[in-house]
Ligand binder design. Sequence first.
Ligand code: DP6
Length: 323
Amino acid sequence: TPGTATARAYPNIALVKYWGKRDEELILPVAGSLSLTLDALPTTTTVRLAPDAEADAFALNDAPQTGEAAARVSRFLDRVRGLAGSGARAVVDSRNEAPTGAGLASSASGFAALATAAARAYGLELAPRELSRLARRGSGSAARSIVPGVAVWHAGDDDAGSFAEPVPAPELRMVIATVDTAQKAVSSRAAMRRTALTSPFFPAWITSTEESLAAMLEACAAGDFTRIGRITEAHAMRMHAVIQSCDPPIRYLAPASVALFDRIAALRGEGLEAYGTADAGPNVCAIVRPEQAEELADELRGLGGRLGLGAEAVRVVGPGPGA
Ligand code: DP6
């Protein structure tokens, strides 16, 4: 049916993080970032134009949404309507397999799927770069979920220059240890604003991220797993350090997260080479070479059992498709 489109997009986990905006309206980041789009936990979204309706409707996992979630979808659709020259309202149905708000990047897969489906439903023909720019306006990290596998999001000087594109990189697997699926206490959006406004370390965070990204792009081009891993883990610790340094402070890592990071470091001494990272939540993701992924998952499952995490808490994921 013209006016109806369905899209699927996958979450991504950043190895070099996006944390802070230079322009909140355009969602331009203070620095570039780099991520792995996953092959699990997708969001699937259908957008159907409803020319006779007076308002947009948004349902997530069959539950009609109101308030800020619905308003954010509607504001995003306004942008698409502006590009398409259309006034038609839409019915948006989204299904999310990742626990929402738990640091598993559900806003990334969500806005990447919404951008892709809405662009098509409203008849826009957007190249991947334009689609990435559009998704960015919903949620910054969504710009990267348009792209398959490893993606770099260029900070850009303006709207046109701030998009994600693929980067050649060695084969990676990620082992995700879900520590907690509850909604986080402070959203990424609010926490990155507080970090920029109150952390004395924020200027150093920006320059350090730029350096990490340049080094990471070199390491990816060289296929140097060890270097990719070391940059990933040091950079993740720096992000959590700058977040903890705000006023009032914010701490996303839980005791179980710290135990997982310690175990990953100890395993390196035993010949299992993995490196950890965590987004704005307590879940820990470790990158590992494909041939050691199952061994790492078994080790983290063992620890997870002792920490009281469920049997389903640890899973191996790989590079996934673009939206
Ligand atoms: C810690 O993309 O959710 O996951 O642009 O305000 O929607 P908004 O923020 P969002 O922040 C993601 C933060 C992060 C790091 C990352 O994905 O790079």
